[in-house]
Design a protein around this ligand. Structure first.
Ligand SMILES: [Zn+2]
Length: 164
């Protein structure tokens, strides 16, 4: 089943912008995948987490504006042999993202070295879907965030907020 998400970057106090991600967008898969990719790059190439985060943004968001079906496996803008396909860009901002469809947003801040997980919930008072900050995860090389625990907490909070 698809859990649609957005992989985004936020810098210098500017609003986040990112690309679409189609499958398995929940924290225990996509959050972990993003974090591990940055951590592995930092370790393998002996660079800082900051530099690895910038590289991830270049390789994953800037270079694949068509978005991803599955991160690191299949994007919408390139064929398997890496030729460019002429698909429309799927760049998203808070103004164009729809929390009904894009259930999670992973916002990387390479300067603050954080990954903020935004999650959608139904706001009864506004009668529409909105995002709340589900988690702010520090990007540290020697740390493995407890993804299953983080995801449980976010889902619980989304339910509580929807009932409020
Ligand atoms: Zn691509």
């Amino acid at each position: 089943m698809s859990t649609r998400a957005i992989i985004a970057v936020e810098k210098d106090g500017q609003p986040w912008q990112g690309v679409y991600h189609h499958y398995d967008g929940y924290p225990s898969w996509l959050g972990r995948e993003i974090y591990n990719a940055i951590q592995t790059d930092a370790e393998m190439n002996d660079i800082s987490m900051r530099e690895a985060t910038y590289r991830f943004v270049m390789k994953t968001i800037t270079a694949h504006k068509g978005g991803w079906a599955v991160l690191h496996e299949r994007c919408f803008c390139h064929d398997a042999d890496n030729t460019v396909r002429h698909e429309p860009d799927m760049c998203l901002t808070r103004a164009t993202a729809d929390p009904l469809h894009h259930e999670f947003v992973y916002v990387l801040d390479p300067e603050k070295l954080t990954m903020t997980v935004l999650a959608s919930y139904y706001s009864n008072s506004k009668s529409e879907y909105d995002y709340f900050t589900g988690a702010v995860i520090p990007m540290k090389q020697d740390e493995n965030p407890p993804w299953d625990y983080i995801e449980d907490n976010i889902r619980r909070e989304a339910e509580q907020r929807s009932e409020a």
